[in-house]
Design a protein around this ligand. Structure first.
Ligand SMILES: [Fe+2]
Length: 387
């Protein structure tokens, strides 16, 4: 297969995978937005399509005809450079365009893109298409977590799909991995391979001796924290976190329900008993920090995580780190709208490393820097202790 054919296949498969994720949905599920952070599936389908139209087809395809001139207003997420848009919290109020129309839009843009890619194999186009593909993969993960939130906050707790296994027992017993003091290189190495701008520049950090757990914290560990009044001891919590748990009556991870005295949680397979052996998930940074305090430990920095990652298995849960989301030394924000992808979010967020069971398998990598605000927990987040 030529390089050009590989890119077209990668693009087309990604587009299909997104639609497959929506196959188990009923039409009503596509439009709901229970909270501002959770976008309706219909919006994800349209937005990931608009990205290709706005940043690629409009610029590179001769005489490209927009599918609908109003869709930029509906499906632009946060790109100030390209104009006004629907406010985020109003995405669930859009009964139009219909789901059928959004699927038509997808088909139209997919075809136009495939035609463009078979006639133009410039490096500049290729690098933008790869951003578009990986952007769509990020939205595949968001689709799953947003669908989970939509169905998991429906009182009937419907099943989404039996095929997805959210909770897997970790293969080995947990151990402490000892890491030597010294200089480590951090950041994306091979710039010919796909990466986001925030993974550059590669740079040196000095780390002191530390230990990092080989396993993620389990549900059983976390139940012990709850039972030992972890949510009631202010000593374990940041001031902002203490206000947050009290204001919002947070006493357990998101999706947990006690049924007849036994912990259950909503999963994409419906309501299930919590398995004490599988890694805890849907916890905020605030809770990850408090749990680490309770154990007399701490969270790893993102640098400690990256330096040690070869020595443990990762990929079940996005792992909260103790690192603020900041630019690396020599970070360069790209010009124009693509520069809005990462750089403008480098304030008031923590870095998460690894990936989760909802992350597409060919999307994450050990230098990948995910980031969320400290109170958010609808992603598959988890805890790895350090000391
Ligand atoms: Fe996006």
């Amino acid at each position: 297969m030529t390089k050009k054919d590989k890119l077209i296949t990668f693009f087309s498969e990604t587009r299909q995978e997104t639609e497959l994720l929506c196959e188990p949905l009923e039409i009503e599920d596509y439009v709901v937005q229970p909270i501002a952070d959770v976008s309706p599936p219909k919006w994800h389908l349209g937005h990931s399509t608009w990205f290709f139209e706005e940043f690629i087809l409009k610029k590179y395809k001769n005489n490209y005809q927009l599918f609908n001139k109003d869709f930029a207003f509906v499906f632009n997420s946060y790109y100030e450079t390209v104009g006004k848009r629907v406010v985020r919290s109003d995405r669930g109020n859009l009964s139009r365009p219909s789901v059928a129309k959004v699927y038509e839009y997808r088909t139209y843009v997919t075809k136009e893109m495939e035609e463009l890619l078979s006639n133009n194999s410039s490096e500049e186009l290729k690098s933008l298409v790869l951003i578009g593909i990986h952007h769509e993969k990020q939205h595949q993960e968001l689709l799953l977590t947003d669908i989970k939130y939509i169905l998991g906050n429906n009182p009937l707790l419907p099943n989404y799909n039996d095929a997805i296994l959210e909770h897997k027992v970790q293969s080995n017993n947990s151990d402490w991995i000892k890491m030597e003091e010294g200089i480590y290189e951090i950041g994306h190495k091979d710039i010919t391979q796909f990466h986001y701008d925030n993974e550059l520049g590669r740079h040196k950090v000095y780390l002191h001796n530390y230990e990092i757990a080989s396993n993620l914290v389990t549900n059983g560990d976390y139940i012990e924290f709850i039972d030992n009044n972890g949510y009631k001891d202010h000593n374990l919590w940041h001031a902002e976190a203490w206000d947050w748990i009290n204001t919002n009556s947070i006493t357990q991870p998101m999706y947990w329900h006690k049924v007849d005295g036994i912990w259950h949680h909503y999963t994409l397979n419906g309501l299930q008993k919590v398995d004490p052996k599988t890694p805890v998930t849907h916890i905020s940074y605030f809770e990850a920090f408090a749990y680490a305090q309770y154990k007399g430990c701490r969270l790893a920095t993102e640098f400690e995580w990256e330096a040690a990652q070869e020595k443990f298995n990762w990929g079940q849960r996005w792992e909260w780190t103790e690192s603020a989301y900041l630019p690396y030394p020599n970070y360069k924000k790209p010009p124009g709208a693509i520069g809005e992808y990462n750089g403008k979010f480098m304030v008031n967020q923590k870095v998460l490393r690894g990936g989760s069971i909802a992350t597409p398998s060919n999307h994450t990598r050990y230098t990948y820097r995910n980031f969320f605000q400290t109170n958010l927990r609808w992603q598959y987040t988890g805890i790895r202790l350090a000391k």
